[in-house]
Design a binder for this molecule. Sequence first.
Ligand code: SIN
Length: 356
Amino acid sequence: MALAICMTMGSAPAKSMNNSNINTAHALPRILVLATGGTISGKKNEMSAIGYNAGGVTGQQLIEDIPELSKLAQINVEQIANIGSQDMNDDIWLRLAKRIQEVVARNEADGIVITHGTDTMEETAFFLDNVIHTDKPVILTGAMRPSTAISADGPGNLYEAIEVATNAKAKGHGVMIVMNDTIHSARWASKTHTTSVETFQSINAGPIGYVDPASVRFVQPPMLMDKRYPIPAAAPLPRVEILYAHSGMGASIINDLVKDGVKAIVLAGVGDGNSSKPVIDALNRAVKQGVIVVRSSRTGSGFVNRNVEVDDDKNSFVASYDLSPQKSRILLQILISNGKTKPSEIQTAFESGFEN
Ligand code: SIN
């Protein structure tokens, strides 16, 4: 029996579907899987009882291991990378973004699924959500347990990610994360637990939908992302560092970052995005030397509003609102790459994109 699955390996663009696929599966949606590695592609490491090597299995093998997918979609696979997501970098982000934009512009696929390590999945999802211009679904998925584990969660997550990508209701929701029967918007999703399969939560907003092998349900309307940006031309993206606040914190690290040529600093502040007097004073001096400062919070949920506890107007700081330190950093990199460096225009960019 001819399968609807059509694999293309290597980082070269997928060839278009061959005639046998078109004839046997013309009604099935076309899904491009871009594989990058992560635990979903992990194999047990014999040296350790619980350890594993991320990226031991290819995207093609992951798809071949789920024969039920042949009833769901015509699938092409491209192996973009095969790394643990702790090593995800600007170069791969740009390759992913440019390839996805090319695929949608040429109408080569109806939806895109990216397999990715969970550790930095929310960062890649957020980056892509800000630079990809399409209403086609773009979905990231992964696994908390390696492919060789007895209770591997990867096959179910990958099946459901492709199921969502083939669903007409998934259009217009931007970049999503599908894990553990739950659909998250890239704007809100965050990894919140070191080991649980429920690790992804949509902080401040809740999931946008749910999926099981028989149904896809969206519980929120597509979000109005009024600001999307051109894909930055080349890596590396501008240098933006995250500063994790703590009690008794001194200023020397800020002075070093400024000397070292940092373009922007995100304060992962205590509580409402605050820090010690020496730190706030040093950040004020950094702004005067042309460094952009965004105040976010290390608490993991809630909003950082302007002029609460810290005088943003006086210091020319930017408040991150709902964005975590790691997502604030990415938005800053995109904005600076696109020539936006004034605190007022950066503040406006942080305000947009989180309301229906
Ligand atoms: C990784 O992020 O690559 C390792 C952890 C995981 O995928 O869950």
